[in-house]
Design a protein around this ligand. Structure first.
Ligand SMILES: CC(C)(COP(=O)(O)OP(=O)(O)OC[C@H]1O[C@@H](n2cnc3c(N)ncnc32)[C@H](O)[C@@H]1OP(=O)(O)O)[C@@H](O)C(=O)NCCC(=O)NCCS
Length: 163
């Protein structure tokens, strides 16, 4: 076991958001991580895909303190699912919460794709370069050249999720 990994994992749950308040909690986590911590522009944080997307909120229990989020949507006309806005507050990293969020998203995609009678579901993530290895652990593979997104180099990572 990795000695730097925390041994006591705070009690938590992951929910698909149902209310405007929960949606705002997802946005607040994202703004904390992507804007305040990572210095991405605030203007591009909330985008045109928010309404289309399914948002997952990771929160502590029983306090319901929000600590992480991820979202997914089926790309309009693209035939693939887009994973984005994966964020866990700094104080709660290395508990495998990021992994839990990705696996929750994969479960959601599996269910959605089966409803459409698909046999495989493609999931695309635009990964910051430092975190490519995180996505690779789930089987995501790099496709194409690095590109700029919001002023920072990214890599397209693709997973073909068997159903
Ligand atoms: C990305 C992020 C959500 C990961 O969350 P986390 O809870 O700390 O990660 P986990 O503990 O779930 O890590 C899962 C696995 O990935 C590994 N991992 C974590 N960060 C990694 C990195 N930068 N590179 C390679 N592997 C990494 C962990 O060691 C762990 O490996 P294991 O399962 O073999 O033990 C978190 O670092 C974060 O919020 N970063 C800032 C926002 C961000 O960059 N989001 C991604 C946008 S593309």
């Amino acid at each position: 076991m990795d000695p730097s990994r925390p041994t006591t994992i705070p009690p938590h749950e992951i929910v698909v958001i149902q209310t405007p308040e929960e949606r705002q909690q997802c946005y607040d986590v994202r703004i904390n991580v992507f804007h305040t911590e990572q210095k991405f522009p605030l203007e591009t944080e909330i985008d045109e895909f928010e309404e289309l997307a399914t948002h997952f909120l990771l929160r502590l229990i029983p306090s319901k303190t929000p600590i992480g989020t991820i979202r997914v949507y089926k790309a309009p006309g693209g035939g693939y699912y887009k994973l984005s806005r994966l964020a866990v507050l700094k104080d709660y990293r290395s508990y495998r919460f990021g992994r839990e969020l990705v696996l929750a998203l994969h479960d959601w995609v599996r269910t959605d794709a089966l409803k459409a009678s698909q046999s495989v579901a493609e999931i695309v993530s635009h990964s910051q370069l430092y975190i490519k290895g995180f996505y690779a652990k789930f089987g995501y593979e790099a496709e194409g050249a690095e590109f700029d997104e919001d002023g920072d180099p990214h890599q397209k990572m693709v997973l073909r999720l068997p159903l």
